[in-house]
Unconditional design. Structure first.
Length: 189
């Protein structure tokens, strides 16, 4: 009996935790919302993600760097990024004002979601392979002319992510290492 008990406890606990998380997520926004503060300049409520083609065109016309969020519908860490990092007002404000946000679905193999990369039409999954994305989430930074700056793989909490986008959007990568940028940013350099 003891052996039988052990094999089903872990899956049962995992199932209960999943249901509890879903119940927490389904609470009305008004129940969890903090009182609104009256600010002179209100930041957008969320990041408006563009398609790859739309993002490249907008970046070129506005002369802003691009952040590409390579994501997948099944990716738990991607969902956590959306829920925690990309919903943070500071992150929303910074990206909206200083970058062009693009979302690419690495698991999309449909023709409806096709994009154009260097004159070639391809699925978003194929574009993910062009950028050599090996896991999700993965962020690629491009300059306004779609030149590759570099990738940043993995989940990033707000406190790690915000300095990274500041480093790219401020063109600091052209003159200093990320390590030195962080030292200067924190007042140690």
């Amino acid at each position: 009996m003891k052996f039988c008990f052990r094999w089903w406890v872990a899956p049962a606990v995992a199932l209960l935790l999943t249901f509890a998380a879903q119940a927490q997520d389904s609470k009305p926004a008004s129940a969890a919302a903090a009182p609104a503060q009256n600010t002179a300049q209100t930041a957008p409520a969320k990041i408006t993600w563009l398609t790859y083609d739309e993002g490249l065109a907008k970046a070129k016309s506005e002369n802003k760097p691009i952040i590409i969020d390579f994501t997948a519908s099944w990716c738990g860490w991607c969902k956590r990024m959306d829920k925690e990092t990309f919903s943070d007002p500071q992150v929303i404000k910074f990206i909206t004002e200083n970058m062009v946000p693009v979302k690419v679905w690495g698991d999309d193999t449909t023709t409806a979601g096709m994009v154009t990369h260097e004159g070639e039409r391809m699925t978003q999954r194929a574009l993910t392979q062009v950028y050599q994305v090996r896991g999700f989430p993965c962020f690629w930074f491009l300059d306004a002319a779609a030149g590759k700056i570099g990738p940043a793989p993995g989940y990033k909490p707000k406190d790690t992510f915000l300095p990274l986008v500041e480093y790219v959007a401020g063109n600091h990568y052209k003159t200093t290492s990320y390590e030195n940028f962080l030292k200067k940013r924190s007042g140690q350099g």
